[in-house]
Design a protein. Sequence first.
Length: 359
Amino acid sequence: MTATFYVLPFGNPSSGTFTAGFTGTTMSTASLAYDVSAANFQSALAAIVPGTTVTGSGPWVVTVPAGYALTVNDSGMPQNTSIVVQSTDALSWSGNIMMSNTTDYQSTGVATGVFTPAGGVANLPALVDGQPGQPPELNFEAVPVNPGNAPTISQTQTSPGGAGQPSAYTVTVGVPTGQTGATGPTATVSTASDVEGTPSDGAALIYSGADEKWKIQAIWVPALYSCQSFTAGTGTGSSTVTIASLGIPAQPFAWRPRVTAQAQLTGTVNTHLDLAVYLNGTSGTQVGYGQGVTGALTQTVSCLPAFGSSISGSSTYAEVAAGATATLYFVALQTASTTDQWSVSAAHASFEIEVVPLA
């Protein structure tokens, strides 16, 4: 049977009687004196609903059997008394206390409570979804750990995050290093399998793509040679006069000459006098040239690098092979159509050759 078990005042609050009973499929009541004792109150209630107990002396603790709900109005109750209700189904006071979602509260420790005034209705406001939680951001770093130690891992929070913002952590992983190996043998560059040649002072390693080896060879740097012995001479008409020759010793690399020279020439109003430098002959491979002024009586002519043929990256014109000697000839020549006599002075002549290495 499910019914409501109630205690209500009846008559004068300070004297007379009050009523206890329940409503359900049948109605039972009991009239009690105003100053009823707990024992008499229990007897009256137990007569209505067997199993009801009353303990205490103010407040009274009333335990109602399962299947009943107790409603209490303690106005006009015996002096200095009140009722604390214990029930498996409901708990009533001057207002309402409702505990819902208590199915598993003893293991979870969670229940939902709704408090309303007597006769009121509980109504929760509309709920707004919060921002979804974000997964944390993990930044990993590795640090070495001494050999033989166990790996380690730790984390440090770098940002607590917030609404819609992920938290951030640095995860540090300690990785054991390997044992230090034995000291290897001392190696020398000159004895390496991909190095050829004999070391010498000032030598360098030059890579050869042809056989993919490093060659030990002297550093190729330009060298300068200068002539200090000049010969004055006289010519007639279209002729040449050798002013000087300069021998260049063999070089460990292929090279070309870079010429600078000058001389004082004397002619007539009919002559045109020039200077030239030739490789390995007085009329051989031209490597330098200087033009004079037609009809000048006395003039100083400068001779600069001037090759008798165009030179490209693969050209061998005017090239002196490695290990070969060379001789450079410094000459004056008259090119105009005349038979007039002309001359070369040795007083102010100069003649230099710069050896330019070729890759």
